[in-house]
Design a protein around this ligand. Structure first.
Ligand code: TRP
Length: 341
């Protein structure tokens, strides 16, 4: 069978299930902006509201969080003139293809998903059916665009493998070469931001300690205070990256510095090696405030005009559907659904 050529297309999504952190910014959104600006790809970025409701969300909070995430994307440099920016529920083909994929994915595959086991915990009987089926909808998010590349965190690698399994099984079962085998673009350790209180845990909006994270809406004082209080060790900074190996908290702060300044860790250490945290932390705080305050100011401005955000998302949905509607239609044809054209 001849190999179909697919348009280079990037898709990624973030759940609008609560405040944005520095971890979301450096680990995801900033990389999304880089891929948008690099050219060579069409870029589509999504607030996955349908995924968010696999666990309970207060409706008003969900609406606010979706708009705030959109504001965060735009304030960070996602340009609706260059990328398609959408909320998932406004592009119905995601859920429609999700159903088809529920019928392609096997129970056995789904029950091996570690994220479901982590999220459902001992109470799997009480988890929603949607939480179990979550990765099939994620595969649909990606494949309804024939996306070729998906930037995600390490924790999503298994879901990307499942996406490829679903595409391969669909292509095989129906004897077509219709869905691409999407490549994951996994974030490196350099962009994985860890908790400020425990360098072995990812920075997370759900950590009970607010001091463990920098929120994109924190003001300059809060940012400086959290960095000053961040856990470290008593040693000075090494002069090369290898010296950070068994020092997770030190490594995290250096990684953050490097990512915010677009330098490599080695470049940062070549300059800062030998310094104590007493002098490094104020420099990090200053850099963080310098980079984040324009973003949080722009987010606040956008949040004052939710109608403008809604207009941007409506336009994004219309653009998205130009891609997704024909792909869904063709999928229905392949599967054998009767429809008028
Ligand atoms: N599961 C992803 C997460 O929790 C979010 C997501 C949903 C996603 N659909 C996607 C990411 C499609 C990439 C592509 O982070």
């Amino acid at each position: 069978m001849s190999q179909t050529q697919f348009t280079p297309r990037v898709f990624s999504g973030i759940q609008p299930s609560g405040g944005l952190t520095l971890g979301n910014y450096l680990g995801a959104i900033k990389r999304f902006v880089d891929m948008q600006d690099a050219g060579g790809f069409e870029t589509i970025y999504c607030m996955v509201d349908l995924h968010a409701i696999t666990v309970w969300q207060e409706p008003e909070a969900l609406r606010r969080n979706t708009r705030e995430l959109a504001a965060g994307f735009i304030a960070s440099g996602i340009d609706p003139a260059k990328s398609i920016l959408i909320n998932q529920s406004q592009v119905p083909e995601h859920a429609q293809l999700g159903w088809i994929f529920n019928c392609v994915a096997r129970m056995g595959w789904m029950s091996r998903m570690t994220q479901f086991k982590d999220k459902a915990g001992k109470n799997a009987e009480k988890a929603s059916l949607g939480l179990f089926g979550y990765p099939a909808l994620m595969a649909a998010d990606i494949l309804v665009y024939h996306a070729t590349h998906v930037p995600v965190g390490e924790d999503q690698k298994q879901h990307l493998e499942l996406t490829r399994d679903i595409a391969a099984k669909f292509n095989h079962d129906y004897g077509v070469d219709f869905f691409p085998l999407t490549e994951p673009v996994i974030e490196g350790a350099a962009t994985r931001v860890m908790s400020l209180r425990d360098g072995s845990k990812k920075m997370s909006k759900s950590d009970p300690s607010d001091a463990s994270r920098i929120n994109m809406t924190d003001d300059a004082d809060a940012i400086a205070k959290k960095i000053r209080k961040a856990k470290t060790d008593p040693d000075a900074l090494p002069s090369e990256a290898a010296g950070l190996e068994d020092r997770p908290e030190a490594r995290n702060l250096v990684n953050i510095f490097a990512a915010l300044s677009d330098l490599s860790v080695d470049d940062v250490l070549a300059e800062m090696g030998g310094q104590q945290f007493g002098s490094f932390k104020p420099m990090l705080a200053e850099l963080a405030v310098e980079k984040l305050s324009p973003i949080s100011a722009e987010m606040a401005r956008l949040m004052d005009d939710p109608a403008e955000i809604d207009r941007i998302l409506a336009r994004g949905a219309a653009q998205a559907r130009e891609i997704t509607a024909p792909i869904l239609k063709k999928t229905y044809e392949i599967v054998g659904m009767v429809g008028s054209d």
